[in-house]
Design a protein around this ligand. Structure first.
Ligand code: NI
Length: 129
């Protein structure tokens, strides 16, 4: 599966963006608030690599516990799939568990995404093409 982005937790998105730009990244999509997950998201690119910076904006955000635990860190790879329901079913059969039901991602053109977890893999995200 082709990688769409790497998700990176940020305690302070604005400060993190400056650091990424210093390393040669460019802003692809400026900061946008995702009201479903209560997070600010900004996409940066560096050649073929895309990073999604995520700052939980409330303790009610599902990503807040991850930030508390890991601070600034990459925490998921997102893979592109043609059919989200089919891919979710196939990975479920391979031992992945859905940890966040399929939802619209306002910051990725309202494409559907799902988060899954596997004991030997950790968290992955799927985004529907
Ligand atoms: Ni992501």
């Amino acid at each position: 599966m082709k990688i769409h982005h790497v998700g990176y937790l940020a305690k302070n998105l604005e400060k993190s963006v400056k650091r990424f730009i210093e390393l040669g990244y460019e802003v692809e999509r400026p900061c946008k608030y995702d009201p479903i997950r209560k997070i600010n998201i900004e996409f940066l690119v560096n050649g073929d690599y895309r990073v999604e910076l995520i700052q939980p904006m409330s303790e009610e955000s599902p990503m807040y516990p991850l930030l508390k635990r890991f601070k600034n860190t990459p925490y998921h790879f997102c893979y592109e799939v043609a059919d989200l329901d089919l891919a979710t079913k196939e990975l479920s059969e391979k031992g992945y568990t859905v940890i966040q039901e399929p939802e619209i991602a306002p910051c990725i053109d309202d494409r559907r995404v799902v988060f899954m977890n596997n004991i030997s893999m950790g968290i992955i995200e799927l985004v529907e093409n």
